[in-house]
Write a protein that binds this ligand. Structure first.
Ligand SMILES: CCCC/C=C/CC(=O)SCCNC(=O)CCNC(=O)[C@H](O)C(C)(C)COP(=O)(O)OP(=O)(O)OC[C@H]1O[C@@H](n2cnc3c(N)ncnc32)[C@H](O)[C@@H]1OP(=O)(O)O
Length: 424
């Protein structure tokens, strides 16, 4: 009964103005006829807007969204009533059932109304639609924003899993150089969409200059050395918000960051699996379709690609996680979950996917309130001991990679990847 009451309270409290709740448990809903205007397109747009919610709207609102979504798409509740101990599904059933015989059109309108009432939390979303017109300050492959003392550099090639092409290497360097001089206190790198980054864009190997593959390999080695050098020399606290899978150079560079926060769905899914509710948990999540993140994983398939470690990882990874664990990743290509990467010291902290963005950004905003000079000086005290060594390691890694990129092993691996979808 308590859950049913919650659902009724929910219906009563968060009913948009077009609905009048008159009694419980049979909820008589009188619709404002003029309110029933939401088109299917409005409804679909609202569903997409829910994906952009930065702040978790809370279970009550999510239950309401679920109920209205089901009523708008399937009509009155047609599910068998779950058992009293099946709390998640019971709450969902109660919320849907509480809508009684509300017509689909009215449910659709009220869904749209409810989502639009959440719109303030949409404005500062940390996830933006691919190709959004928020490409500020002249970046094509990034969205760079600066607020609350934080400069956020967001990889914005979500349709390509945020693969880093030549343009993006240059833009990340430009953004880092600007961030090192602006008035922000900390700098954050993150990904737009379901991936953090799938690493080097393998089509980088296809545009061969007049000097041939040797010239291409040399140009890439020069680019890579300058790119990694920007991370070695970056003077402010540099933090990675790993919102999804990370591959290759996007993983190896993490050894040069000052903090790495990652989302982890495994805990939630493991919990729901244990309680036999994985299907329901996924349905529950998908019915809300709040920002759909993949679990953050960390993969450095260099041997598979005929390549070798970069980003100073040949030095930082053995120091961070032990030579044996570094070998597993860098030589044998073991893919780590966020939890494993945290246990090995590559990730600072892992957060549940459902609260990841909220918890991480709350913490980052607190960091950004710390005295900026103390932050810079403390980072310098730590980094200066290693800076010369890191530049030497970077130079050596780039020289080795320059040779690797000319090898048959690398060429075959890149051709295999690009030809799997007839990219060549
Ligand atoms: C010049 C400096 C060089 C520095 C060298 C650094 C070394 C490295 O970074 S090595 C690591 C390189 N990265 C990879 O090997 C990852 C390759 N990508 C994949 O294995 C898969 O795409 C994925 C596991 C990341 C995702 O697979 P999924 O099936 O979910 O999606 P896809 O359909 O494969 O990808 C969507 C779309 O994006 C394109 N894409 C993804 N990753 C890359 C990439 N690294 N390079 C180029 N393109 C990539 C993929 O081709 C798809 O494109 P289409 O939609 O057009 O088919």
């Amino acid at each position: 009964m308590a859950m049913a009451y919650l659902a009724w309270r929910l219906a009563r409290r968060s009913c948009p103005s077009s609905l009048q709740v008159t009694s419980f448990p049979v909820v008589q809903l009188h619709m404002n006829r003029t309110a029933m205007r939401a088109s299917q397109k409005d409804f679909e747009n609202s569903m997409n807007q829910v994906k952009l919610l930065k702040k978790d709207p809370g279970n009550e609102v999510k239950l309401k969204l679920y109920a209205l979504y089901k009523q708008a798409t399937e009509g009155p509740c047609n599910m068998p009533k779950p058992g009293v101990f099946d709390l998640i599904n019971k709450a969902k059933w109660d919320a849907w059932n509480a809508l009684g015989s509300l017509p689909k059109e009215a449910a659709r309108q009220n869904y749209v109304d409810l989502v639009s009432s959440l719109s303030p939390s949409l404005e500062s979303s940390s996830q933006v639609e691919p190709g959004t017109d928020r490409k500020s300050t002249g970046f094509e492959t990034l969205v760079v924003t600066s607020e609350d003392g934080i400069t956020k550099i967001m990889f914005n090639r979500p349709k390509k899993k945020n693969a880093i092409n030549t343009e993006m290497y240059h833009e990340i360097m430009r953004a880092l150089k600007a961030a090192s001089k602006d008035d922000s206190i900390i700098t954050v790198l993150t990904g737009n969409g379901d991936y953090y980054s799938s690493g080097n864009d393998l089509t980088n190997f296809t545009d061969i200059p007049p000097g041939g593959v040797e010239e291409k390999a040399k140009n890439n080695a020069v680019l890579l050395r300058e790119f990694v050098g920007c991370f070695i020399d970056f003077p402010k606290p540099l933090i990675a918000v790993v919102n999804g899978p990370a591959v290759g150079i996007s993983v190896t560079l993490l050894g040069l960051f000052d903090a790495v926060y990652a989302s982890d769905r495994v805990s939630q899914l493991l919990e729901s699996k244990r309680s036999g509710k994985q299907r329901e948990m996924r349905a529950f999540e998908s019915s809300f379709s709040v920002a759909s993140h993949k679990q953050a994983t960390f993969h450095t398939p260099f041997s598979h690609l005929g390549q070798s470690p970069e980003g100073c990882s040949s030095y930082t990874f053995p120091k961070i996680m032990s030579p044996a664990k570094a070998t597993e990743m860098l030589i044998f290509g073991k893919k780590l979950t966020a939890g494993e990467a945290c246990a090995q010291g590559l990730v600072t902290e892992v957060f549940p996917d459902s609260t990841f963005q909220k918890e991480v950004w709350t913490r980052l905003k607190a960091f950004a309130k710390l005295p900026p000079n103390a932050l810079r000086i403390s980072k310098e005290v730590i980094r200066k001991r290693e800076r010369e060594k890191l530049h030497a390691v970077n130079a050596e890694e780039c020289n080795v990679l320059q040779g690797r990129w000319l090898s048959d092993e690398c060429t075959n691996a890149v051709v295999n990847f690009l030809s799997r979808k007839s990219k060549l």
